[in-house]
Design a protein around this ligand. Structure first.
Ligand SMILES: Cc1ncc(COP(=O)(O)O)c(C=O)c1O
Length: 223
């Protein structure tokens, strides 16, 4: 949920000593590495029972995928209600997903450029003292930790021309509410700067960024 990578290698080591099933959610990593998944990157795919991803992030569509063994596949086909009823992904969305995967595969420089933008934006947010958790992925949380502030700040941000998702209660605990920015390669550095600028001003106004940390003469008036 926060774009943090689990200690997958250590979990796989544990699995070699204990009997449990391992389900890896690659929603925040699928398509973002040249090896395509985190499991492949770490060389642990064979030790994982279920590799799952949503197709709403790197492939910008809807739906999801579970890769598993033949036996579990049959089980899911019978038990998973999304599969059982008629909410299958429409063909046009499948075409968009396949096209997105082709683009990812054929244009490795997109990934390089994306990761540069991610570290640029994460770095700027950290420099401001905003809490972005411990992740590294393009799905960047900004923890606000107060539901009322999240609501009001989110509206102000929208009014300033910045759209982001508010991850609010009850999706997460009140103490973990956050904005979630999903950076993609087509975002420009100017757009990132503008977003960080608005976040800085609103963050100071709502007390999410301490005034003491403000550079000399920081302008907290909104444009
Ligand atoms: C870690 C994680 N897994 C799964 C999902 C579900 O994805 P979707 O909203 O496309 O169903 C999300 C959504 O944000 C997510 O963050």
């Amino acid at each position: 949920m926060s774009g943090e990578e689990s200690c997958l290698q250590a979990i796989c080591d544990l699995k070699s000593r204990h009997d449990f099933l391992l389900f890896v959610d690659e929603a925040h990593s699928f398509g973002l590495h040249p090896e395509r998944t985190l499991c492949t990157k770490l060389g642990v795919t064979d030790q994982v029972d279920f590799v799952m991803t949503t197709l709403s992030k790197s492939t910008a569509s809807i739906g999801g995928v579970v890769a598993t063994s033949h036996a579990f596949k049959t089980f899911l086909q019978v038990e998973a209600n999304a599969y059982l009823f008629q909410a299958a992904i429409p063909p046009a969305d499948v075409a968009a997903i396949i096209a997105a995967m082709d683009v990812i595969e054929e244009t490795p420089q997109l990934l390089e450029s994306l990761w540069s933008k991610v570290s640029y934006m994460r770095g700027k947010l950290c420099d401001l003292g905003l809490d972005v958790g411990h992740g590294t992925s393009p799905i960047i949380p900004v923890f606000i930790r107060d539901s009322d502030t999240l609501l009001r700040m989110g509206q102000d941000m929208f009014d300033q021309g910045i759209f982001t998702t508010s991850v609010a209660y009850p999706v997460v605990k009140h103490s973990e509410v956050r904005f979630r920015f999903i950076l993609n390669e087509s975002h420009s550095y100017d757009q990132i700067d503008r977003t960080v600028d608005v976040l800085e001003k609103l963050g100071r106004r709502y007390g999410v960024i301490a005034y003491e940390d403000a550079p000399h003469g920081a302008d907290v008036e909104m444009r």
